[in-house]
Design a protein around this ligand. Structure first.
Ligand SMILES: *Cc1c(COP(=O)(O)O)cnc(C)c1O
Length: 359
């Protein structure tokens, strides 16, 4: 606290990201990073990058990257916006679209950055309860609102909405509906194909999860050009150059290696199926996941205990101490070896082998 802060800054409750331990020995299944490296083409692009050019500011419009992304999604460059991670894109979205008289709506169990942006930009919000199966009920969103934001698949549940549910939300509301597709590549249907049909749809995506590039910081939004123009007005009133030269080159290399992208994705989905079954065998309830993590609770062991015991065993998972989900753990899908190590650690914790008492 300082007398130089504004009152608003004193009141903020900033988002707390998952732990990033410096110890590389730790098995990190807590922030949904990809266990596999980015494409070898990304490594090559970085190694051969003309570093002299770093002297110069990058293209403020990130034209090459925007063109590559537009081509990838079959859209026009005017329907694409890029930012420094999708968190930055989301922050710009809140500021651009959500400063309305009516409260915006998001689920009671959802990405915990949404209330933080709302506080930062002083936007009113109301949470809408997920149903008992932790699903989205579009009828619950039929109420006056200044906008809606939902991750698909949802975080931290991993449960996906169908495109029919999304269409229903878009038809029922003339406010803007933002679909946060951070995890869509792991098994949900993308709403990108609805963009030309709906002027009130904006889709936000990231290179952090499915493209193994969390350290690069690149996110983007797709929507009709009037929406994108609004985002650019805010971005150009904030930072002309959110995308560095190196970021752009590395991201384009990643997009060009579709084959590697598909292989990584499939491998994570296969590991997810394996881990799901193993956890069920150990007495866990596992929510149906379309993402690169599982949201689980155990029939007899509290999540807070398991979290601490796993941490002692050198495995980090995520525990959210919030209403309705404080007995769940969110476990990122790691490599096959990491998931095997997790299962052996859990076997030991849940069924400890009795130690022999020496006579
Ligand atoms: C990880 C995540 C993001 C942020 O991704 P970055 O592009 O790394 O900023 C956005 N939304 C959800 C739901 C996420 O889980």
């Amino acid at each position: 606290m300082s007398k130089y802060w504004t009152e608003l800054v004193g009141q903020l409750e900033p988002y707390i990201p998952g732990e990033q331990p410096q110890d590389l020995q730790i098995i990190k299944l807590n922030t949904n990073e990809n266990p596999y490296p980015p494409s070898a083409d990304v490594a090559k692009a970085v190694k051969t990058f003309p570093h002299d050019s770093l002297r110069l500011y990058p293209d403020p419009e990130s034209s090459a990257l925007t063109q590559a992304l537009a081509a990838y999604h079959g859209l026009d460059t005017s329907q694409l916006f890029v930012g420094n991670g999708s968190d930055e894109v989301l922050a710009h979205c809140f500021q651009t679209f959500f400063k309305n008289q009516k409260p915006i709506l998001f689920a009671d169990i959802s990405y915990s950055f949404y209330p933080v942006y709302s506080a930062l930009y002083q936007i009113d919000y109301r949470t809408v309860a997920l149903n008992d199966a932790f699903g989205i009920d579009p009828a619950a969103y039929r109420q006056p609102n200044g906008g809606i934001i939902i991750p698909n698949p949802n975080a931290p549940t991993g449960i996906a909405m169908t495109l029919d549910t999304i269409r229903e939300l878009l038809n029922d509301n003339d406010s803007l509906v933002i679909i946060d597709e951070a995890y869509v590549d792991f098994g949900a249907d993308s709403a990108v194909e609805l963009i030309l049909d709906y002027a009130n749809l904006l889709v936000v995506r990231t290179f952090s999860k499915s493209r193994s590039l969390a350290g690069l910081r690149l996110g983007y939004a797709l929507g009709q050009s009037a929406l994108i123009e609004g985002l650019n007005r805010v971005k150009n009133s904030f930072n002309s150059y959110p995308i560095g030269r190196l970021t752009s080159v590395a991201a384009i290399a990643s997009l060009d290696d579709e084959n590697y992208f598909q292989r990584c994705r499939s491998r994570i989905i296969a590991t997810r199926t394996w881990l799901n079954d193993e956890l069920v065998n150990l007495g866990f309830e596992v929510l149906p996941s379309s993402s690169n993590f599982l949201f689980v609770q155990h029939s007899s062991h509290p999540a807070s205990d398991l979290y601490l015991e796993l941490k002692k065993a050198g495995i980090l998972v995520r525990h959210f101490n919030s209403a309705r989900i404080n007995n769940y753990l969110r476990i990122s899908i790691g490599s096959e070896e990491e998931c095997v190590a997790l299962i052996s650690a859990l076997e030991q914790l849940l069924n400890p082998v009795p130690t022999q008492i020496p006579r």
